[in-house]
Design a protein around this ligand. Structure first.
Ligand SMILES: *[C@@H]1O[C@H](CO)[C@@H](O)[C@H](O)[C@H]1NC(C)=O
Ligand SMILES: *[C@@H]1O[C@H](CO)[C@@H](O)[C@H](O)[C@H]1NC(C)=O
Length: 213
């Protein structure tokens, strides 16, 4: 990267000497595509406690975000995150587990990747991708042609492969409702899987941005 002053100087000199070349040299690094305001993604995640299939429902107009975690040959755990900072993590089977967390931040903005550092192109899972580094959090891979995310990798070891990405798909309202046992006076003792789920990587990203500004 050029320091800004040098860059302006170069552009100026080029503009004087070779106006057409100067125009081309002004093109900068690619920027990540903002997230569609609503989408459904099916992903495969590898993190502590093994592999899981994760259904992501991102719903920015309604300011809510849901992930449904199906552990390999194991439990299905739900996470619903709201803009007011409340998150519900629960099961829908007879175990009736629920953990409620409060974060000081809302959900990810569609342009949350703005300001990431472009690190070039790489093949990932067989797709040619543009790759960015969101400093301190993750590396993000986006298909160079379709601009659809292919993979991301948080620096604490979480990796996620995007298997399907359906723009404008919205989960019906009733599915967002946390079950009644989340609203009991005394929360049930949460077990280790739920504790693990309540590590909210995307909340951490929002939190980091709030801290920066
Ligand atoms: C998941 O991650 C662990 C730890 O890095 C690794 O040993 C394992 O091979 C990974 N599994 C898959 C299917 O990639
Ligand atoms: C945040 O919003 C959710 C969904 O409407 C609600 O269930 C929860 O109680 C709210 N939390 C707070 C602290 O108001």
């Amino acid at each position: 990267m050029f320091p800004p002053i040098k860059f302006i100087f170069l552009v100026t000199v080029y503009t004087l000497l070779f106006p057409s070349i100067a125009f081309e040299s002004e093109s900068t690094d690619p920027i990540p595509e903002p997230w569609p305001h609503q989408f459904h993604a099916i992903t495969i995640m590898n993190y502590t406690q093994g592999l899981r299939k994760v259904d992501l429902w991102y719903d920015w107009p309604n300011k809510r975000y849901m992930h449904i975690n199906q552990y390999q040959l194991g439990k299905t755990l739900y996470g619903v995150e709201w803009q007011n900072g409340t998150s519900f993590y629960f099961t829908l089977d007879s175990t009736q587990e629920c953990t409620v967390r409060h974060f000081p931040v809302g959900i990810l903005r569609p342009n949350w990747l703005e300001g990431s550092n472009y690190v070039g192109q790489k093949y990932k899972d067989g797709f040619l991708c543009n790759v960015w580094d969101k400093v301190g959090f993750l590396r993000y891979y986006e298909d160079a042609v379709t601009k659809i995310p292919v993979y991301w990798h948080f620096y604490d070891g979480l990796v996620e492969h995007i298997m399907a990405f359906e723009v404008e798909k919205v989960l019906e309202d009733s599915k967002w409702q946390a079950p009644a046992y989340c609203f009991k006076e005394v929360e049930k003792e949460s077990i280790s899987l739920l504790e693990n789920l309540a590590t909210s990587h995307f909340r951490d990203v929002v939190n980091g941005e709030v801290a920066e500004n």
